[in-house]
Every structure is written in C-alpha cells, then in structure tokens.
Design a protein around this ligand. Structure first.
Ligand code: ASP
Ligand code: MG
Length: 441
C-alpha cells in the first residue's frame, strides 16, 4: 500500500486536480490511498464563516458562503466535460452549500463549527471522485469519518484507526485506488472534528502507519524540504535525506512544508515519508527515513511569535523542587515549553502562544520576579550528530557575531542547536547562517 497526500494548492485548480489524477495512476503496481486537503483557500473561508456565525454576523456569513459557492460552481465547470459528470458535481456542490445555509439558520455551537470546517475536504474528495469516474478510473471513496478517530484529549487513536481501516480495506480488497479526506475525523463524542489546521499531513502519516504502507508521499508545490527559508534568503537547496528526528525538529521549528505532528506515526511504523513536488514530479524531493544519511548541519528553520518568561528568585539558590513547581504551572495550562535556560537564580522559558499568558504569569508570581518578553524568534540549526560536529559551535557563534542572541539551547538532542533572537533580527540571522554554514547567498 502506498499513501499519496495532496495539499490545497495541488487540488486548488481544475487543471491541478487533473494532474493529480495522472500522478496517482502513473504507477499502479501497488494499491494506493490518496489523501486530499480542501481546495486552497477553502478552509480559511470556512473558518471565517464559522467565526462570523459565532459572532452573530449572519449577513457576513451568508455573503462568505455565497462567495465560496460561486467559486465551486466555476471550479466544476472546468473540472469535468460530460453533462452527466457536471450534473453530479453540481448536485454535490449544492448539497454541501445547502448544508451550510441550514447551519446558518440554527443556533451556533462549537460542534457545528467543526461540521462547517469539514465541508472543504468532503467537497474536494467527492468532486475529485466525480472527475475520476468521468475518466473511467476505477476507485473508491473512503470516508475518513468512518475510521479516523481522536480521543478525549484530541489525540488520534492509532490502534483504533488501524482496526477500522483494515476492516474497510479488507471488505474492498478488489479495489486498488482509494480516495479519502485529510484533516477530518470523529472525536470521542462521535462528533465531526478535525486534526487542527494543516492536519492533512497528519492524516496521511496516520493512514500510512495504520496500513503499514511502503511509503507516505506528501505532494506539495515545492521540491522538498530546503536548507533555509526560500522566502528570506536568495539561494536554498533541497535536502535529499533526513532522519525522522531531524525532520521533526525542522517541522516543529518552522519549516512550513510539513506539519510537525505528522512525523511520529510514520516513524513508529518506520514508513518512509517523501516530500514531492506536483509541479516537478520528477524532482528527487526529500526522503525522511530512520537513517539520516549524512552527518553535520542540514538546515536552519525559524519559528516566530515566541514569548520568553523569566522567573528570577534568590530562593532558587540551592533549592530543589523549584523547577517542578514552575513546570506544573505550564502543565496546568496545557502550554508546552520550547526552550529553557537556567542560572542559579533565574529560569527563562519560551512558549509559542500567549493564550494563557496572564494566568500563567499570575501563578508564577509567588516564585519570584516575573518578566515577559514577546516578539522573539527561535532559530533552529538541525543536522545529524550536529552537537559532535567539529568546530560547529565556534563557526555558529562567529557567524552570528552581529546578532544579540538571547538564549541558546544545546545538547538537548544530538541533532539540534536552537537560539532565541529578537524577531527583528530573524532575516539577518537566517541570511548570515546561509552564508556561514552553507556557503550560500
Ligand atoms: N484543509 C485543512 C487546512 O487548511 C487541512 C490541510 O490542508 O492540511 O488547514
Ligand atoms: Mg499543508
């Protein structure tokens, strides 16, 4: 079994969808499960529709629904050719927009907002299926809501997913091509839910693990993971091979191409993940496996919006149990810490969202003097055995001489050095590193 996931831009235009059909039928030596995102822009619109409804702005919601429907109406005109397929596509679009219009009339709830968000992936897969049918490509739609489940903590239940998916696949063992929705799932109450924004990658990795796939291909519009952010530096190079650990660090610390949560399921079942480019299907892309392939620095990534919380206390001196008390506050507010540095009298930690910042600060106050600094960026340097690479640190700090580095995290893992810099220095930092570590402009 092979998993092939296509993101929003890969299905965002009728001609792109046509190309996806070609890509998934090129090699038929293995059965395939194709995971699709919503058409690009759709989930953003659905979020806006939900927000407008939640705020009681029905007119605004209605306007956004109509605009989105018009987009789909013109999309299907170019998607299919025959009257029969067009009629089918049209009735699918009508059905889903009728549903949105019904929701508009009933009182809004959290559960309903999830139903709204699910329409994007339901539409993309159903419309794609109509196109495949028109082209005479045998396939089956696999409803993700029948096998993708999350528990009460919103964590996917891989073992349940495995059992459910296996049963469906076994019942349809004559089929060689399956199309399913990324992102959407059912929660522990049986309601429609989702795997959070960008979650289609997560779906793909979970399905790959559940089906013990030979490969999990993530098709986007760039030729794999690059050594640096192409939006910020002039020249970047794609990385051929990464270990799961390296990829996880890069995804978590800012590489946008892959959703950070999506590494563990594939890693657990040792399913190689390939990042491929729909616009350049022949390009090598990036392969993520158990093996790192080489030693040394591979890439840098940046994560913005980082908040530093400093806790300064003379009572920390020679005390034990101090860190535990601090960590408990973060645990209580389910806020994860990215970086931490300590001295004998102070601790600095970073978090990536300020959702519970006021409460956290309030609860930390009994432990010392608290100060908060926002607008920081974590710059992460990632590579296999990077910590053991000769002259690595001297090179790094020499390169960053002009940068006021605020925190450094080194030695936590063997393949990562992270630095915190004020966000205003992010561009300069990435540019200096591109030159200093990779010899690129
Ligand atoms: N459509 C969802 C989103 O835009 C999921 C995904 O594309 O991965 O967040
Ligand atoms: Mg994505």
């Amino acid at each position: 079994m092979k998993i092939m996931k296509f993101g929003g831009t890969s299905v965002g235009k009728p001609e792109r969808m046509h190309q996806v059909a070609q890509l998934i039928t090129k090699d038929e030596s293995e059965p395939r499960i194709v995971v699709l995102s919503a058409l690009s822009g759709t989930t953003n619109s659905l979020v806006a529709i939900g927000d407008a409804m939640a705020a009681g702005q029905r007119d605004q919601a209605k306007e956004a629904i109509d605009k989105l429907e018009a987009h789909y109406q013109s999309f299907i005109k170019e998607l299919v050719k025959t009257d029969k397929a067009y009629a089918k596509a049209k009735s699918i679009v009508s059905e889903h927009f009728e549903f949105l219009n019904i929701i508009l009339k009933i009182s809004f709830s959290e559960a309903l907002s999830k139903d709204i968000l699910a329409q994007g992936e339901l539409l993309s897969t159903k419309l794609f299926s109509v196109y495949l049918e028109e082209k005479g490509i045998d396939h089956m739609l696999l409803p993700a809501l029948e096998f993708m489940t999350i528990d009460a903590q919103d964590e996917p239940q891989l073992s349940t997913i495995k059992v459910k998916l296996k049963a469906i696949l076994q019942q349809n063992s004559n089929k060689k091509l399956f199309i399913t929705q990324g992102y959407i799932c059912r929660n522990s109450r049986g309601e429609v839910d989702n795997l959070k924004r960008g979650g289609s990658d997560y779906t793909a990795s979970l399905v790959a693990a559940a089906a013990n796939a030979s490969v999990c291909e993530i098709w986007t519009d760039i030729d794999g993971m690059h050594n640096n952010d192409p939006r910020i530096v002039k020249k970047t190079l794609p990385i051929e091979q990464l270990s799961f650990e390296e990829a996880a660090e890069l995804a978590y610390f800012g590489a946008k191409i892959l959703h950070p949560t999506c590494i563990w399921p594939a890693q657990q079942m040792k399913v190689p993940v390939k990042l491929l480019n729909t616009m350049q299907p022949e390009a090598l892309g990036t392969t993520i496996t158990q093996e790192a392939g080489s030693v040394g620095v591979k890439a840098v990534a940046a994560k913005d919006g980082i908040i530093v919380i400093n806790i300064k206390s003379s009572r920390m001196l020679l005390a034990y149990g101090f860190l535990r008390k601090i960590f408990e506050v973060f645990e209580k507010y389910r806020t994860s810490i990215d970086m931490i540095t300590t001295s004998e009298v102070a601790v600095s930690v970073t978090i990536d969202h300020g959702g519970n910042l006021t409460s956290i600060v309030k609860e930390l106050e009994p432990f010392g003097t608290i100060t908060v600094e926002d607008n920081n960026t974590i710059i992460s340097v990632v590579g296999n055995e990077i910590a053991q690479t000769k002259d690595m640190l001297s090179k790094l700090f020499e390169t960053l001489t002009p940068i006021p580095v605020r925190m450094v995290s080194y030695g936590g893992s063997k393949h990562n050095v992270s630095m915190l810099v004020p966000s205003s220095y992010k561009t300069q930092t990435l540019q200096l590193l591109n030159k200093g570590l990779f010899g690129l402009e």
